[in-house]
Design a protein. Structure first.
Length: 342
């Protein structure tokens, strides 16, 4: 009987091992003792240049961690994976995390990368549309239905009295400037919302636009590092190390943009086939990551701006946020002092 019991225990352990350690905060290590970390990015390349610079200039290695960058499936996907504890850390456009907070999912914002809104909501310069309300019955293009601008678009529509599920069509058309321009020319979309990288691609091709973005959305936070609540309780040191490496990389790029350009051109050459546009992309995102108040260091979380963000996304008949969100449960600045010790 003892032997049978031992076999059953062994089988149970094997089953658990086969199922994986989803949600575990135990970080595996390389042969030389470095902690291995997977960092899930909402976008690939220049928009999150600091992650690539941190990897390729050795800032992650300096922190004793080996980081695998997993880019490109949109902010909603990153939030889903971090919320499910299948991935511990991600970098997102902050709008993407709001629906998760609305459901009470324990995801912490631990480092604010960009402190101003990098998204716009616009129409062609010659469009007769001058107000959000005039978009009723029309088609709004976005890069991807899981991308960070979608919650913002829904919030703006709701605030204008439009139902984003009934009064308009939100259509994914990709991030390529030529595709967006073609969609406008063929009448497939009437408006477009995207991030700075999408808009640079458009404007670099001579596209002229006018913005419909309400003024109150201009100063909202836009990008940050998120961590699931479990790793913040059990292994905050890893979060601190990743964040500090990102801070070092941001500082490096601000002080030596030419060196950052060389890193990015090698890391994602397809985004730099047009070197002039590629450099414009990078310079724009480096500018977006410069601290408003340098004395507060990198990653500083402006709680008043977050409160404004919650307020904006709670308005309208079909708001993104339907329940009360206590920001004290989700904004976590506890690591930032150490993060800036370099």
């Amino acid at each position: 009987m003892k032997r049978i019991a031992s076999i059953l225990i062994l089988l149970s352990l094997l089953v658990l091992t086969a199922c994986g350690n989803s949600g575990s905060t135990e970080v595996s290590k390389t042969s030389d003792g470095k902690e291995k970390v997977k960092l899930l990015l909402a976008a690939e390349g220049t928009a999150m240049y600091y992650a690539y610079v941190a990897r390729d200039k050795g800032f992650f290695e300096e922190e004793g961690i080996e980081v695998e960058l997993l880019p490109g499936k949109g902010g909603s996907y990153v939030v889903q994976q971090v919320g499910a504890e299948t991935i511990d850390l991600g970098i997102i456009a902050v709008n993407s995390v709001l629906p998760a907070w609305d459901k009470g999912i324990d995801i912490k914002m631990v480092y604010q990368v960009n402190v101003t809104n990098l998204f716009d909501f616009m129409v062609p310069e010659n469009s007769k549309v001058t107000d959000i309300k005039q978009l009723k019955g029309k088609v709004i293009g976005v890069t991807d239905l899981g991308s960070g601008e979608v919650p913002m678009v829904r919030s703006i529509l709701s605030s204008a009295g439009l139902n984003p599920d009934q009064d308009v069509t939100i259509r994914a058309i990709g991030a390529e400037g030529t595709s967006i321009i073609t969609a406008f020319e063929k009448g497939e979309i009437d408006a477009f919302s995207g991030g700075a990288h999408d808009l640079i691609s458009l404007y670099g091709r001579g596209f002229k636009s006018k913005s419909l973005l309400p003024e109150e959305y201009l100063s909202l936070p836009s990008t940050g590092i998120i961590a699931n609540g479990k790793i913040m309780k059990e292994n905050p040191e890893v979060v601190e190390k990743v964040s500090r490496a990102v801070a070092k990389a941001t500082d490096f790029a601000i002080n030596d943009p030419d060196a950052a350009y060389a890193v990015m051109k090698k890391a994602v050459p397809e985004q730099y086939t047009d070197e002039e546009i590629g450099r414009l992309f990078l310079d724009t995102f480096i500018e977006l990551t410069k601290p408003i108040e340098p004395e507060k260091g990198y990653g500083y979380i402006y709680e008043d701006a977050w409160a404004k963000l919650i307020e904006q996304f709670s308005e309208g008949d079909e708001p993104v946020i339907k329940n009360e969100v206590n920001l004290d449960d989700y904004l976590d600045s506890s690591l930032l002092e150490k993060v800036n010790e370099f």
